[in-house]
Design a protein around this ligand. Structure first.
Ligand SMILES: *Cc1c(COP(=O)(O)O)cnc(C)c1O
Length: 383
């Protein structure tokens, strides 16, 4: 090994490292040995435990957050091509879900301080595109976006708001609201790098019992009774399909891992907040930080830098991994064609901020020393 390689390995700070508890390993083996691998009792138990953790009446587990968003929008029965508001500064899959639900995404600019849409940017999008059928609100990085205020600005009841809480759960993100403020659906992701990692998976939390019942059937081909219930003692082989569904169920293998991971989540969230505070103390004098509000879920630690590519290269040189959240969707080839020139020109803050955002490592296994390595190197590069 060369000296340079040794230096790199001793200071390496990967961008993301998923945490898996010992209990998650044991849970995976328990399911593999149980004779029931796909959606069954573990899935039901995970849903109940997650509902209790979030304080939400219903949780339905599905294959991904992307599927969760698409199914939630479909459940609203929008007319074909109905306009659905979304930030452009979000994950591409969240906007593809709007298209796959048969709707037309309408892009909303973000607020310079919070990085999420504000009532003013929502109102501007409605003036441009007309009355929307629904809106997807994304608490970017874990910032607790006020979906009820944004619903007001869009002229929508909260019952037509889908929250893309892929950057939760944690803090206020994904938690139950006062029922009069509850969104239609809150969509979660258990993707490898998210706050509650399973590897893949998603869920919808809701106050709406009809939505939960529809989702339970729609996630598994629209069948009136899933295999688990058909093969329970006294179960029958019979089922019906009243409405064609999707293949979007979560397996018991994933659910069992999720149950074990959920027990560790409160500690992981405390750790994320401590590390974010340590970053803040070192970086506030150096770079422009997004606004902090109580209830942040601390999925991402984002900073704004002018010479982004040079900073990424300078961090990478000493083994520090970074990422960018996100390339605004109107800048991606396949999406740009969905929007007219006027719409693409109506996102000045998204364009300015989107060119400067940089995500630094933030995960429970990150050490305070590693944060100091990152902030020290960043200070050198920005000097
Ligand atoms: C990760 C992510 C998604 C998609 O989650 P999956 O579970 O991978 O489908 C959606 N929205 C945002 C903002 C994300 O970061």
């Amino acid at each position: 090994m060369t000296a340079a390689m040794t230096a790199t390995t001793t200071t390496a700070v990967p961008f993301a490292v998923p945490s898996f508890t010992g209990a998650a390993r044991e849970a995976a083996l328990r399911v593999l040995d149980s004779g029931w691998i796909t959606t069954g009792a573990e899935c039901g138990a995970f849903e109940a435990e997650l509902a209790a953790y979030l304080g939400q009446p219903y949780v339905v587990a599905v294959a991904s957050c992307t599927q969760a968003i698409e199914l939630s929008l479909r459940a609203l029965r929008p007319a074909p091509g109905a306009p659905v508001l979304t930030p452009s500064l979000t994950f591409c899959g969240a906007v593809a879900a709007i298209v796959h639900a048969g709707c037309r995404p309408v892009l909303v600019d973000v607020d310079e301080d919070t990085l999420v849409p504000s009532p003013a940017t929502v109102a501007a999008a409605v003036r441009r595109a007309g009355k929307p059928a629904a809106m997807v609100v994304c608490p970017l990085g874990g910032y607790p976006a006020d979906h009820a205020a944004l619903a007001d600005a869009a002229g929508l009841p909260v019952g037509r708001i889908v929250v893309d809480a892929a950057h939760g759960p944690g803090g206020a993100v994904g938690r139950a609201d006062d029922p009069s403020r509850a969104p239609y659906a809150t969509c979660l992701s258990f993707y490898a790098t998210k706050n509650l990692p399973i590897g893949e998976g998603g869920a919808i939390a809701t106050h709406d019992g009809d939505l939960a019942a529809w989702l339970r059937s729609a996630r598994l081909h629209g069948m009136t009774r899933d295999a688990w219930r058909r093969y329970l003692p006294g179960g029958s082989w019979r089922y019906d399909v009243a409405e064609l569904g999707f293949k979007a169920n979560l397996t018991d293998l994933q659910a069992a891992i999720g149950r074990a991971q959920l027990a560790a989540l409160p500690g992981w969230q405390r750790r994320r907040a401590e590390l974010a505070a340590r970053y803040d103390a070192a970086l506030a004098p150096l770079v422009r930080l997004p606004r902090r509000d109580p209830g942040h879920a601390w999925h991402l630690y984002q900073v704004r830098v002018r010479e982004r590519d040079a900073v990424i290269a300078g961090l990478s040189e000493v083994g520090i991994g970074t990422s960018v959240h996100f390339i605004p969707v109107h800048r991606l080839t396949g999406f740009a064609a969905l929007f007219g020139p006027d719409e693409r020109a109506a996102l000045p803050v998204t364009d300015r901020v989107g060119a400067q955002l940089l995500s630094l490592p933030l995960y429970p296994d990150l050490t305070p020393d590693a944060v100091d390595v990152v902030t020290g190197r960043l200070a050198e590069l920005l000097a």
